[in-house]
Unconditional design. Sequence first.
Length: 223
Amino acid sequence: MVTAAVAATAVAAGRSVAVLKAAQTGVGPDEPGDAQEVARLAGAAVTASEIARYPEPLAPATAARRAGRAPVHPEEVARAADKLAAEHDLVLVEGAGGLLVRFDAAGGTLADAAALLGAPVLVVAAAGLGTLNTTELTTRELRTRGLEPAGVVIGSWPEAPDLASRCNLADLPDVSGAPLLGAVPAGAGSLAPEAFRAAAPLWLAPRLEGTWDAEAFRIREAP
């Protein structure tokens, strides 16, 4: 949903957008995957691309091994993204399960693909308990590899946030050392595509071409 919101907001700002799903797992051959769902919500102007898909909902390396299929390597991800970048203003490369989830038996990850591309990494975080640890570990790993986190977006902001979620609005930027760049409301994917496109800029900060104000949101939701 965050990828779709970023794509929709960029399209509304007049940019051409492609979405690359490096490894789609848990989806049958004739079912729409994540990239296709992004294009459905963000609009037909978005180019949806996928390198490989595997039927079981597992980490890509495991899913590829169990399916007896070739895995995806970081170099393939980088080449595919570069090819799309030649024809689009913005290419969004969506991971699968987290920064260090393995794509292949050699231990290749989304972090390796980002390093090959020299690309900024937008971290999508959960709202509630446990997110501070996961987000801090992710941003630390990015910096260890010489990659700077572009920012953090909360991927599913609950309609009735609990105390931990509300406190995390102040704590996420602190532990990550990266700005909070948006909060996509829970259930956003159930909106009609037209409504999703109209609302998406309201969920993202100006750095992502939206109008969301992190400080105003934090004050409004403060415990």
